[in-house]
Design a protein around this ligand. Sequence first.
Ligand code: GDP
Ligand code: MG
Length: 175
Amino acid sequence: SNDYRVVVFGAGGVGKSSLVLRFVKGTFRDAYIPTIEDTYRQVISCNKNVCTLQITDTTGSHQFPAMQRLNITKGHAFMLVFSVTSKQSLEELNHIYREILDTKQNDNDTIPLILVGNKCDEEGQREVTAEYAQEYCSKILKGFGYIETSAKTGHNVHEAFQELLSMDKTRNMSL
Ligand code: GDP
Ligand code: MG
């Protein structure tokens, strides 16, 4: 089909839903409303045609394993989100990263995947430096891109999605 599916993974509370809502609707809310699972659709340009960008906002660590596998199987590109205010939230991504590699191991092309350090507006609460995250990316996530965002201020949110889409060399996509 003509759909391009992006799946957003990460621990509860890191700001997955906030990033997606900021990107899709341009809004932000301070309240924490746990997500079941939501998919948002946007029309984008792909190989000079229009296609539908589907963004799946997952529940986080308490996802049913079968649901998680299905999301990985169906996904084309992955956004792995942690909060720069929680080192634990970065470590929790190891597991999902392995799952993605295991599931997609037969694909020859490199998997479009970006590590996103959200809540970069909370400088005073920071537990993960940009340097540490970069290092983590080159060692554990093996060379995937890293970007810091704030769903609260909107900093780099559009850029994170754009960067992820540009990683897929099999199609020419733009927002
Ligand atoms: P999710 O569980 O990963 O979907 O996280 P949510 O998007 O529901 O956000 C969890 C909490 O963090 C909410 O209270 C949000 O308002 C807050 N939050 C999300 N993104 C940011 C951000 O960039 N900066 C700050 N300061 N708070 C954020
Ligand atoms: Mg959520």
